[in-house]
Design a protein around this ligand. Structure first.
Ligand SMILES: Nc1nc2c(ncn2[C@@H]2O[C@H](COP(=O)(O)OP(=O)(O)OP(=O)(O)O)[C@@H](O)[C@H]2O)c(=O)[nH]1
Ligand SMILES: [Mg+2]
Length: 414
């Protein structure tokens, strides 16, 4: 069921009005994904932030009056509120209206969309870390109403202290649980070491899952909403006469992504860290391409991902006229332009991936005695054979393969 909501944005004059409007548009989309219908947007022009109530208590009261008049139960702030601000504003709003900031909203969506045990644990951890300093009577109460973390709210500071202790305990146990899941992940990774790994990364809603579906033919969860995908899925892509590789679809990024969320999703994003090639997927119909690229870079930086082989892919070209496509092509001469939805130029994408992967390969000559059937078999399955010469007792092959396959061969040939 949708709840009515009001958005509050603050214009400090530091950022362009255009950027602020984009942020608000994005917040409306986020609200929609969280099943809140934005009925009014209130932009406040301010010279400086009020440390205790962000917009000033008089202004805050009029915002709440407006919310009540419009039958809203939620007031969403575009900016991140400090725990103290949230507490004070919530006090003004009373029990019937919930105050939430951008970070809280994103956490809410993630919580709704998490499917696997790992994603659920990751989001729960981020949420508890966010909640801990913000735990007030109102919050505990509202959290319960919103089907939140299950803390037992009650009157008085003593109860809040008990809740805090409970949350700290939950954080410790979630950290342990995640470590366990992570170590299983590492074992899985090891067993897949001799195949190239490619990952799809990009802003939320750019079409990553649609590309995954296109290339792998598998089902993928595709929705016109933010953060449809939270769990990394990996599929093996195999075509005749082409390098096979593992393709991973990952969680989308967004500007001002909560720091704890990135940290919590670190193990899920390990697919990106460990891939040989990163495909940066961009929505070519967006007016914010630069910002989307900037956000990808920011997240990569926070994950310490640098100097990887990469390919920029502009998706949704079906929504552009040829003039705009030409303009983008001039700006990004090495990029590939496709439409996953309409299946346009998918072959160009496949060729580009193959070309990139080929740069990672090494050409070498090897001698294999016929007695070592299993090695020959392995080579045929994992390498490209460039030349073959047979002798009485051995075969000499010129092969093209990845470093990890060559290492494996080295250890097998006696
Ligand atoms: N017009 C058009 N729409 C597309 C194209 N590719 C994807 N879409 C639509 O864009 C929306 C988002 O697609 P997804 O594949 O779910 O995007 P995503 O990057 O996986 O999004 P998240 O998982 O939410 O981060 C869906 O409504 C798709 O149908 C395309 O080439 N053209
Ligand atoms: Mg997706």
């Amino acid at each position: 069921m949708y709840e009515n909501a009001i958005i509050v944005g603050v214009n400090l004059g530091q950022i362009e009005l255009r950027v602020l409007n984009e942020e608000i548009d994005e917040l409306i989309l986020l609200a929609d994904t969280a099943e809140a219908k934005v009925v009014d947007t209130m932009i406040q022009n301010k010279n400086k932030i009020d440390p205790s109530t962000f917009v000033g208590s008089g202004k805050m009261k009029s915002i709440i009056n407006n919310a009540e008049a419009l039958n809203c139960r939620i007031v969403i702030f575009n900016n991140e509120l400090t725990p103290a601000q949230l507490k004070n504003i919530q006090k003004i709003a009373g029990d019937k209206i919930m105050i939430i900031d951008r970070t809280g909203l994103i956490l809410n969506i993630f919580e709704k969309h998490a499917k696997t045990k790992e994603a659920k644990a990751q989001i729960q951890l981020a949420k508890l870390k966010y909640l801990l300093p913000r735990l007030t009577r109102q919050w505990t109460h509202l959290e319960r109403q919103m089907g939140g973390v299950g803390t037992r709210g009650g009157p008085g500071e003593a109860q809040i202290e008990i809740d805090r202790r409970l949350i700290r305990k939950q954080i410790t146990s979630l950290n342990k649980e995640l470590k366990k899941i992570q170590s299983q992940r590492i074992t899985q990774h090891k067993s897949r070491d001799n195949i190239y790994k490619v990952s799809l990364a990009g802003y939320t809603n750019a079409g990553k899952s649609s590309i995954m579906k296109c290339l792998s033919g598998s089902k993928a969860y595709i929705q016109d909403q933010l953060f449809s995908t939270l769990d990394t899925t990996t599929r093996k892509i195999e075509n005749k006469n082409q390098y096979k590789f593992l393709l991973s679809d990952t969680v989308g990024f967004i500007r001002k992504l909560p720091h704890d969320l990135v940290a919590s999703f670190r193990s899920t994003l390990m697919e990106i860290e460990e891939s040989d090639l990163i495909i940066k997927v961009l929505d070519s119909s967006s007016l914010n391409i630069q910002m989307h690229l900037g956000t990808i870079e920011e997240v990569f930086k926070s994950l310490d991902i640098s100097s990887k082989l990469e390919l920029i892919v502009f998706n949704k070209i079906d929504l552009l006229d040829s003039h705009r496509i030409d303009k983008l092509k001039k700006l990004y001469p090495d990029a590939i332009f496709i439409s996953a939805y309409r299946q346009l130029k998918i072959n160009e994408l496949i060729d580009a991936i193959q070309k990139k992967l080929s740069t990672l390969n090494i050409i070498s000559n090897i001698n294999i005695p016929y007695s070592q059937f299993s090695v020959i078999d392995y080579i045929y399955k994992n390498c490209k054979i460039l030349h073959k010469k047979e002798y009485d007792d051995k075969v000499v092959l010129k092969i093209e393969a990845s470093q990890s396959v060559l290492d494996k061969l080295d250890s097998q040939i006696k």
